[in-house]
Design a binder for this molecule. Sequence first.
Ligand code: MN
Length: 246
Amino acid sequence: MSAAASETVATVIRELVDANHILFDQGVVDGFGHVSVRHPDRPDRFLLSRSMAPALVTENDVLEFDLDGNPVVPNGPAPYLERFIHGEIYRKRADVNSVVHSHSPSVVPFSVVTGATLRPVCHMCGFLSEKGTPVFEIRDFAGPGSDLLITSGKLGAALADTLSEGPAVLMRGHGSTVVGSTLRQTVFRAVYTEIGARLQMEAMRLGPVTYLTEEETIGTTKTISTQYDRSWFLWLKAARNSPMSR
Ligand code: MN
């Protein structure tokens, strides 16, 4: 690997560490959940922390995986049980370069109530599908007695199929997975998927909800797409000033 290439990888790893800390500080992940980024030089690989709480991740904890979820360097530290989520989505979606899997709490009710569909209620959530966010039912693939986790390539591929071409997929009784073309866009989407779910639940208690039209989802997404850095640097400063980072 050339010096320039290795510098690119080092920069991506530093941003991935920042993303881990931001997602904790913004309440998307807790002790669980993870964020990955596609390898900048090897599209058939991705970068993801070893199994640990995201808020505690450092550059030394980031591992490289192939799309089957195997660590490129064998006999290393324990990887996340659900790393197959990432590899199978990168395999299916050439447009995706980052993935966040979380159990962010406001999203989970939409995964368990039949007829309650997560949809875009405000401009910051305009990236969500106007037709509704799909729900992955693991019983259809792992039977009635699984632990609900995506612990194999087979389950990861089924989840990627349910995600289809969309930005997010809910996982029944478990959480959600959000994707994007860049790390910063994906972190933005993960934060606003949680906020959008909370706003939609509050709106539903008041009465019938007016959702964004398909044209409004396109318009709002186009405008916001130039603004990700604005929240990124705010959230990064907040994460670095958090008592957790001292
Ligand atoms: Mn999980």
